[in-house]
Design a protein around this ligand. Structure first.
Ligand code: GRF
Length: 205
């Protein structure tokens, strides 16, 4: 079976929704390992409680290059069977840019969730960016990871209406609800081999 590795840095609510959906919806993928770059990430406790292997590869104070760090991540993924042949890597609030070598090695096998309708508002604080820009709608995007940040073929998007009195916080909460719905859905599509990539487009069958 396909093996799943999830990379986190924080509270891990997307990770949790993926892990719970795998069980509930019988998604044909084995949740093999959760890796955090921060030892105090809240998501680690959740993963442990759900019986998933966890590993911390601390990035703070790491002496080597970005690629050397990523090689440590790849080694742990590989140890748990999350390989370029038989793996899927989900970035779920992982607050590091991954090296192009990592992306190339796991070509079209790394996916990410972003709290905006890409290509609008890439980068950090997307919900705040959307409010300040004055868009009437925002949302979230699950996409394949490319060598450029927040790019790569889009798998699923969900739209959220921006209310007149929204703050970055209130908008984030409503977007997060949609994130928890579409990220597991994207994992399910991947696991069931329903996604085909053609140029910039991810075609769902
Ligand atoms: C989410 O809003 C996600 O879209 C962004 O970082 C946040 C992570 O939240 N990339 P969580 O750790 O999954 O709760």
């Amino acid at each position: 079976m396909l093996n799943l590795g999830i990379l986190i840095s924080g509270r891990g609510s997307n990770m949790e929704s993926i892990l719970k959906s795998i069980k509930k919806k019988k998604i044909p993928i084995n949740p093999a390992i959760v890796i955090s770059n921060k030892p105090n990430a809240g998501g680690l406790k959740i993963a442990k409680k759900l019986g998933i292997h966890i590993e911390v590869i601390e990035s703070k104070g790491f002496k080597g290059s970005r690629w050397q760090y990523d090689k440590k991540v790849i080694a742990v993924l590989t140890k748990h069977g999350v390989t370029p042949r038989n793996g899927l890597v989900c970035l779920a609030g992982f607050m590091r840019i991954i090296n192009p070598e990592f992306v190339k090695k796991y070509k079209n096998r790394i996916i990410n969730i972003h709290p905006a309708l890409l290509p609008a508002f890439p980068g950090l604080d997307s919900q705040k960016q959307a409010i300040e820009y004055g868009t009437k709608y925002s949302g979230c995007t699950v996409h394949f990871v490319d060598t450029k940040m927040d790019l790569g073929p889009i798998i699923i998007q969900a739209v959220v209406k921006v209310k007149e009195n929204d703050t970055a916080d209130s908008l984030s909460k409503r977007i997060l609800k949609e994130e928890h719905r579409i990220y597991p859905e994207a994992v399910n599509l991947f696991a069931r081999k329903k996604i085909r990539i053609s140029g910039r487009r991810a075609i769902i069958s």
